[in-house]
Design a protein around this ligand. Structure first.
Ligand SMILES: Cc1cc2nc3c(=O)[nH]c(=O)nc-3n(C[C@H](O)[C@H](O)[C@H](O)COP(=O)(O)OP(=O)(O)OC[C@H]3O[C@@H](n4cnc5c(N)ncnc54)[C@H](O)[C@@H]3O)c2cc1C
Length: 460
């Protein structure tokens, strides 16, 4: 039946212009995945270069009855940009221009395909700062960050992507173009921006985004502290926070993730260390000095090694083990489920104990690491994908960890979103009436259910 579909696709190709429609099997393969193990097969990929390209593709898909999967860089960890229902992928990666940097009013307007680190660098050139810092910052796009309300390393002090979104230009499933917040030059109210942040590509496609910038910190200091017992790590985090210090980064890496990363990079760490706490302080010099004095005193007797760096090159060295985790874990296991549960910070140790019990119960390796200051841990359930029954075991372990996080007053996703991976677990943490309300909002903007089918919500 494929020939039936070819004629309309030809007309879309003609309307879009040269090189903007991909249809070869090799090209389609490249747009069928994200950073999870889910895979999909689109019928075509639109490489949008303008807002009009997105509108044209949306109108075409609606009229021809195709589903639409919006896509940034495909670095998502919840299956959000995987075209699980086929249809058309609309990729925003070529929409990668910075449209405006307003230094006096401290904001930047970008197309959705601009990579996060490019925004950070553009701000830095003007002594300004774009704080959101997902670990994927060198690959992820702003469109994907806004759609996932991405968090990251500096959340504890600076908050998540949504705290910096001033306005959005977006297209709904009818092909209508809207401007919200700061991008609405007539009136900012009512401001629909917060509704769109974290909508995971289910309500519309963003074609422009205005982001708030702030003054760049005067100095940054990084501290790496190795512990030989886990309880002291979490006690120290509580003490640092209750002392009034506000580190920009409070990142924990457990012994298993540490070992994998150290082997991968080829560097050593203290033999008796069971965990590493990475702390970063930024701001005015005087502010950093007093926080640093407190932290050094607190950690001096309870750590097995502590390093402090303020030069960029030395700080980068202290970050090596954290940056090496993801690539190292990919190499040592054929199957992995990457969860990002979050709990109230005072329950972190309970969550860690539960993870260790789960390891023993299912006989699986479960390294973890993450944004401990926010109570958000990335829990990686490793299994042998070639051995029968292992994946089912890993799924059960994952479900148990979800339940435990919810029971502790937490969530099944701290920052990676619900997407395709966790949609069936959404009712575990949200009452039916909230899920139904979201369905009704989606029906208004996307009455035919074109955008990102099977994501966040299951089919009715
Ligand atoms: C090594 C690694 C580290 C990571 N670290 C972090 C971290 O610290 N914090 C964190 O929060 N996440 C992290 N992530 C997850 C991921 O990078 C983020 O979710 C990121 O925001 C996804 O951006 P993307 O451009 O790759 O989007 P994609 O994966 O392409 O898409 C993600 C979602 O956004 C939607 N979307 C994309 N573009 C648009 C658009 N223009 N309009 C509407 N919807 C759109 C898609 O449909 C999909 O639902 C990490 C991932 C990896 C692989």
């Amino acid at each position: 039946m494929a020939w039936l579909k070819k004629e309309p696709l030809r007309s879309l190709k003609k309307d879009l212009g040269k090189d903007k429609l991909l249809t070869s099997p090799e090209e389609l393969l490249l747009y069928g995945y994200d950073a999870t193990s889910y895979r999909g097969e689109p019928i075509a990929v639109v490489m949008a270069e303008t807002t009009d390209d997105i509108r044209g593709a949306v109108n075409f898909a609606r009229d021809e009855g195709y589903k639409i999967t919006p896509r940034g860089a495909g670095s998502g960890l919840s299956g959000g940009s995987v075209p699980v229902d086929g249809g058309i992928v609309i990729s925003c990666e070529r929409m990668n221009s910075i449209l405006k940097v307003d230094v006096d009013n401290q904001y930047i307007v970008v197309q959705p395909g601009v990579v996060t680190s490019i925004v950070q660098e553009a701000a830095a050139r003007h002594k300004l700062f774009y704080p959101p810092d997902p670990s994927s910052y060198t690959i992820s796009t702003i469109g994907g960050n806004v759609a996932e309300n991405a968090g990251g390393l500096r959340c504890f002090k600076y908050g998540v992507t949504g705290h910096y979104v001033l306005g959005i230009e977006f297209i709904d499933a009818e092909g209508n173009l809207y401007h919200t917040g700061a991008l609405d030059d007539k009136d900012h109210n009512p401001d629909l921006t917060p509704l769109l942040v974290g909508s995971e590509g289910t309500l519309g496609i963003f074609s422009q985004i205005a982001l708030r910038l702030i003054r760049a910190p005067e100095e940054t200091v990084t501290i790496s502290a190795y512990f030989n017992d886990q309880k002291s790590v979490f006690n120290s985090i509580d003490k640092i926070i209750s002392s009034g210090c506000v580190p920009s980064v409070l990142e924990y890496i457990d012994g298993k993730a540490l070992t994998a990363s150290a082997r991968h990079i080829g560097i050593d760490f203290p033999e008796d260390a069971v965990g590493l706490l990475l702390i970063e302080l930024d701001g005015f010099k005087a502010e950093i000095e007093s926080a640093l004095t407190y932290i050094k005193e607190l950690l001096a007797d309870i750590t097995v090694e502590m390093n402090i760096a303020s030069l960029e090159s030395d700080r980068k060295r202290l970050w090596q083990l954290r940056r090496g985790i993801s690539p190292s874990l990919i190499r040592i296991s054929s199957g992995k489920i990457h969860e990002d549960v979050a709990v109230p910070r005072h329950r972190l140790l309970d969550l860690v104990e539960f993870i260790r019990e789960t390891e023993d119960k299912f006989n699986l390796e479960i390294p973890f690491y993450g944004h401990a200051g926010d109570g958000n841990l990335h829990v990686v359930i490793m299994y042998d994908a070639d051995q029968g029954g292992q994946q089912e075991k890993a799924n059960k372990a994952s479900q148990g960890i979800f339940k435990a996080a919810i029971d502790m007053g937490g969530t099944i996703t701290g920052e990676h979103g619900i997407g395709y991976a966790k949609r069936q677990y959404l009712p575990w943490q949200q009452p039916d009436k909230v899920i139904e309300l979201y369905r009704q909002i989606k029906d208004l903007l996307d009455p035919q259910g074109l955008f990102n089918p099977e994501k966040v919500l299951t089919t009715r």
